[in-house]
Design a protein around this ligand. Structure first.
Ligand code: HEC
Ligand code: HEC
Length: 268
């Protein structure tokens, strides 16, 4: 087992994605407006650092933003805070409302922080992603990785090596919720699910639209929008369809990732 953290792999994948942007493609090299990032650093220092850490790597009370898919989306797609806005306006941890300019500044600061963290291993060349050990990858898939709980190499993942290039495939299992932005194939991005149980015992489930300390809203599978005031007797349970993959980011070693990519690419 290797001792390097998955960040090296992120560097590698993003290095590759950025490299491929030099050819015509959908990925723009992430550039940062330094003046905006400086302004964003001030907002961050005042409003975010106490939970997310001065270095954006997280604390006991706030997530690691370098690993945040929200921030990574921003970085890769130049969304300039579009996804960030949704996170920041939605509780339980956040109740921020920033105008477009401040969101842009904050997102520029966060993108700059990710770039800095990735720089150590940052590569502008695609590296060989397929020199892992396919047998060890297969063992990890069925064993320690627990992948077989949700996937089957003869079912949903059959022929996955045909569908994606090695770099995209690796991106796909590291961040499956990065969705169709990275390729036109593959399943659509799934929304956060929520079940609201009323005091009467009646339960309603659907895709989460909004949640904070006072309200929760969802859209059920018939497309009907429902909103509830949160209070006595209302139980709310959210389920992130990608929770398993997010948790895996803290468990893989670089060797596991390498082996998995090599193994999954054999599924043609
Ligand atoms: C009171 C502590 C707290 C403060 C202050 C705070 N956050 Fe958070 N933040 C959290 C926690 C906890 C999470 C993880 C759970 C969640 O998503 O709500 C989180 C999640 C996030 C995420 C999503 C990470 C992911 O999973 O992709 C982003 C982005 C983020 N915060 C940005 C910010 C920014 C920018 C600020 C300042 C404007 C800020 N936060 C202020 C506690 C905080
Ligand atoms: C608890 C369930 C769960 C576990 C465990 C899990 N995954 Fe996933 N995985 C998902 C979900 C949900 C998706 C999103 C794709 C979808 O909606 O079908 C996904 C997507 C993927 C994709 C992208 C598929 C595509 O067609 O784009 C790959 C590859 C993948 N997972 C590999 C793995 C590997 C490798 C492991 C083990 C290290 C693993 N998964 C563990 C639930 C899981």
């Amino acid at each position: 087992m290797g001792s390097l953290r998955p960040l090296n792999y992120l560097a590698l994948v993003f290095g590759f994605l950025c490299w491929s942007a030099n050819a015509p493609g959908q990925f723009a090299r992430p550039t940062v407006d330094p003046a905006a990032a400086d302004r964003g650093a001030k907002i961050y220092g005042g409003s975010c650092a106490k939970c997310h850490g001065a270095d954006t790597r997280g604390t006991a009370t706030g997530a690691d933003l370098v690993r945040s898919t929200v921030v990574l989306h921003d970085r890769l797609n130049s969304l300039h805070g579009a996804e960030l806005a949704a996170v920041l306006e939605t509780g339980p941890n956040h109740h921020f409302k920033y105008d477009q300019e401040k969101l842009f500044d904050l997102s520029q600061f966060l993108v700059q922080s990710v770039n800095k963290t990735l720089r150590s291993g940052y590569s502008n060349q695609p590296t060989d992603l397929l020199n892992g050990d396919a047998k060890a990858g297969e063992a990890y898939f069925a064993g320690a990785g627990g992948c077989v709980k949700c996937h089957s190499v003869t079912g949903d993942l059959a022929g996955i090596g045909k569908r994606y290039s090695p770099a995209i495939l690796q991106q796909k299992f590291l961040f499956p919720n990065s969705g169709p932005r990275f390729s036109r194939t593959g399943p659509p991005v799934q929304k956060m699910q929520v079940t609201v149980t009323l005091s009467s015992g009646k339960a309603l489930s659907g895709s989460l639209i909004y949640i904070d300390d006072f309200a929760v809203s969802l859209r059920d599978d018939k497309g009907i929008y429902q909103s509830f005031a949160r209070g006595e007797g209302l139980k709310v349970r959210t389920v992130d369809p990608y929770a398993a993959h997010v948790a895996l980011l803290d468990r893989y070693t670089d060797t596991d990732i390498h082996n998995l990519t090599t193994y999954l690419e054999t599924l043609k």
